[in-house]
Design a protein around this ligand. Structure first.
Ligand code: GDP
Ligand code: MG
Length: 163
């Protein structure tokens, strides 16, 4: 059994793009228990030869933003129970949003090592967001472009000591 790495973050930051890049076509199973852990995808990831199970989540995505703590947090919480490491993804181009901060606060209370990933960091547009993301309290962010495949070696470096 390979370690489980769960991909968490607000909508549209690129979680599924990152999952697809890590997993390719090796999707192991789709978890579809209604209402409990909807929209969870598992896949066997390979990152520069390092193997782990990646979990794509959409738990923060399917509720109106006004009622943040409710069901979607509970869903992510259920998913997190089986996870060894959390990849907390933000959008470097958008910078840190209130929902990112809310998720960060919640994650700090969970008993799981967190790797902060600043996605969409290709080019210059991500630089301010990258700097801003230190404020989330998870140390140095991994600058990544899931879409363009940049920063993969840095992600490897960040994950390896935890795996
Ligand atoms: P999710 O909601 O967090 O799963 O986000 P998605 O993976 O569905 O991506 C949301 C949008 O961001 C899509 O239009 C992606 O093409 C785009 N996206 C994902 N990764 C990157 C990236 O590295 N750079 C840029 N510029 N766009 C990205
Ligand atoms: Mg998604």
């Amino acid at each position: 059994q390979t370690p489980q790495v769960i991909i968490i973050g607000r909508p549209n930051v690129g979680k599924s793009t990152l999952f697809n890049r890590l997993v390719g076509k090796r999707i192991a199973l789709v978890d579809d228990q209604p209402g409990v852990t909807r929209d969870r995808r598992f896949g066997e990831a390979v990152l520069l030869g390092m193997e782990f199970t990646a979990v794509d989540t959409a738990g923060w995505e399917d509720e109106d933003p006004g009622s943040l703590p409710g069901r979607m947090r509970a869903q992510t919480e259920v998913s997190l129970k089986g996870a060894d490491i959390a990849l907390f993804v933000i959008d470097a181009r958008a910078g840190v949003t209130p929902l990112d901060e809310e998720i960060a606060r919640w994650l700090r209370g969970q008993n799981v090592p967190v790797v902060l990933v600043a996605n969409k960091a290709e080019g210059r547009a991500g630089e301010p967001g990258l700097l801003e993301s230190y404020s989330l309290g998870f140390g140095e962010p991994v600058a990544l472009s899931a879409e363009h495949g940049e920063g993969v070696a840095d992600l490897f470096e960040a994950l390896q000591p935890l795996i």
